[in-house]
Design a protein. Structure first.
Length: 274
């Protein structure tokens, strides 16, 4: 099922506003009744006042790095922030990712080469990952009972010469070719994973990071580093046996189910697929 451009834009903006407002409330909430029931650590965290401008900057950073040009442009205007990248640069990355999400790998490779042909020339693992995904899509179209000749020819001409160069390439190709042999309704989990949308997302994420790196931009959104740092800090403190931490520390981004924007699942937008 696919989402229209306007609906997807509004969905992203609605979710961005929701996170911004939720974080703002988390930083400013304080009622004596609630405070008396909370762990002392939680109360101390809530006393830290984070400027809303900083919260909005983190959200804009995510929209920019993840590749949502229209949502980033509108949110930067609403939050009175300067754009972090030109919309055209974000749109180019979004277009390539959308091709991958839809399984149109040949179009994705063509668009990536139009943007910067040196990326695939210099990143053989990324090129192989895209070609392998293209083979998966050809096999998907050939089953059940379809013509497998295009998939066999593609594997022989495009992946065959590259596979012997590394053991991982060869293993990945052999595993992918197994999809031609076994019934897709009864696959081993490791093979079934090749047909899941998660593989498209994984490759799309690699491509997005490769483009950002080529453009000398950060490859991950700042919020990812903040979450990793927060998890690492908690782990260190717990390993040192220090007391004063609650048994469980939530990130505080879930909110109430009644507050969560429609069209989200576990705080994330649904993937755009066809």
């Amino acid at each position: 099922m696919s989402l229209s451009g306007d609906h997807l834009l509004e969905s992203h903006l609605r979710h961005a506003r929701y996170i911004s407002e939720l974080l703002d409330r988390k930083m400013t909430s304080s009622t004596s009744t609630t405070r008396s029931m909370k762990h002392v650590f939680t109360r101390q965290v809530e006393e830290v006042k984070t400027p809303k401008s900083d919260i909005n900057a983190i959200i804009l950073d995510y929209l920019t790095v993840a590749g949502y040009p229209n949502a980033a442009a509108k949110f930067s205007t609403e939050a009175n922030l300067s754009p972090q990248q030109p919309s055209s640069a974000i749109q180019a990355r979004q277009r390539i990712q959308t091709f991958i999400y839809k399984g149109e790998i040949e179009n994705a490779i063509r668009a990536l080469n139009d943007l910067d042909p040196s990326i695939l020339d210099e990143d053989e693992p990324l090129h192989f990952a895209l070609l392998r995904l293209q083979l998966v899509e050809l096999i998907r179209k050939s089953r059940p009972g379809g013509d497998i000749a295009p998939a066999l020819e593609f594997a022989q001409t495009q992946l065959g010469p590259k596979a012997p160069r590394t053991p991982q390439f060869l293993e990945d190709l052999e595993k992918t070719m197994s999809l031609l042999v076994f019934d897709h309704d009864n696959l081993d989990p490791s093979l079934a994973a090749l047909l899941e949308p998660s593989l498209r997302r994984e490759v799309a994420d690699k491509v997005n990071k490769a483009i950002l790196q080529r453009q000398q931009q950060r490859m991950d959104a700042a919020i990812r580093h903040l979450v990793q740092m927060r998890a690492w800090s908690e782990e260190v403190v717990r390993k040192e046996g220090k007391k004063g931490l609650p048994e469980r520390i939530d990130l505080g981004l879930d909110g109430d189910d009644s507050e969560r924007p429609s069209g989200t699942e576990n705080g994330h937008e649904p993937m755009v697929t066809t």
